[in-house]
Design a protein around this ligand. Structure first.
Ligand code: FE
Length: 339
């Protein structure tokens, strides 16, 4: 019996050994949390340039669990996702491997890849303030610290404090102000809320439009998305984008990125695709599709995004913020932010 199993295992290995080089000539397999309309233009361009076929599994959830369950037999070579919490989660689960190359280093500034090289950033988005054009004067809000100022009492809207975007922001607050400072900040912002945290980022802008609040916290690209939507256009046109900074530092950004799986069967093609995705041209295609910011030296966002203004991103590596995630979540729960 044991011998049979061994033989079967060897046969499987033998088949894999034969199959691997053939596959390595022709394809690369991607697990993506990002939508087809963002990924398709890139995979098409990559295939056109290299002849390498790209197979994408679009997942809504459970990527880490799936990679863990598949183990060494996973067909996935690359994972594509957004938000530092998701990138850190795949890395911390041990299902990725470090990769580096001259092209990757040239394309991605040090701030925007994992210091251990498990993930490489592709685009950023800033978490900013949407301010009512009618009820908020220019210069009235300039820092994240400002949001806790009692002058905003009853005037701020936000989604849940436990949402990944807000947890990353709170992690940045801890990084800059320490845990005690962050707790005081969360309490201050909570005291200023016009209503219980609810809805998504766009729902907050709608609430400004309808007069429920004067400022809201949200991601930059939603401005582009709202402007492209007949119903939401009015919401977008009722607000200005303000890029707050931390006092003496920059604006909080989050990231989309790519990582190579530990089991990657098509490693060479996967590296080629990572280098392609991080290339300036590909970053601009990817960024433009979702109104985000490319990060390669010399790249520029699309005109509409550029029109929102320049900003200096906070110069903290996002893995530092990922390490503060659980502390941020704990503080958010401690101050009972959502109630
Ligand atoms: Fe989003």
């Amino acid at each position: 019996m044991l011998k049979q199993i061994k033989t079967a295992a060897l046969t499987a290995l033998g088949l894999a050994a034969v199959a691997a080089p053939a596959a390595a000539d022709g394809e690369v397999n991607v697990y993506s949390y990002r939508q087809p309309e963002l990924i398709k233009p890139l995979t098409d361009a990559f295939t056109k340039e290299t002849g390498i076929k790209v197979n994408v599994a679009y997942l809504k959830k459970g990527m880490v669990e799936r990679l863990q369950a598949e183990g060494d037999r996973s067909p996935a070579d690359l994972v594509l996702t957004v938000d530092i919490s998701r990138l850190a989660a795949v890395v911390n689960a041990g299902v990725t491997q470090p990769v580096t190359s001259d092209a990757l280093k040239a394309n991605v500034p040090a701030l925007y890849h994992d210091p251990e090289n498990h993930w490489w950033g592709l685009t950023t988005r800033a978490r900013i303030v949407y301010a009512s054009q009618d009820r908020v004067a220019e210069g009235e809000v300039t820092t994240y610290e400002d949001l806790a100022d009692p002058k905003w009492k009853g005037r701020i809207c936000t989604r849940s404090g436990t949402n990944a975007y807000n947890v990353a922001l709170t992690a940045a607050v801890i990084h800059h102000l320490g845990e005690e400072g962050a707790k005081t900040w969360l309490e201050g912002v909570k005291a200023n809320l016009a209503r219980k945290p609810q809805g998504n980022d766009r729902a907050q802008v709608k609430a400004i439009w309808s007069g429920e609040c004067d400022i809201a916290i949200g991601n930059t690209y939603y401005m582009g998305k709202m402007l492209s939507d007949d119903e939401q256009k009015d919401w977008a046109e009722s607000v200005n984008i303000v890029f707050p900074t931390f006092e003496g530092a920059g604006t909080h950004v989050n990231i989309s990125g790519v990582a190579m799986t530990k089991a990657a069967p098509n490693k060479e093609n996967a590296l080629k695709m990572m280098e392609f995705l991080t290339s300036p041209v590909a970053q601009e295609i990817y960024a433009d599709a979702n109104f985000e910011y490319p990060i390669a030296p010399g790249t520029e966002p699309v005109g509409l995004v550029k029109s929102w203004g320049d900003f200096a991103a906070d110069d903290v590596n996002l893995m530092t913020l990922a390490a503060l995630r659980s502390a941020a979540l704990k503080l958010t729960e401690q101050v009972d932010f959502d109630n």
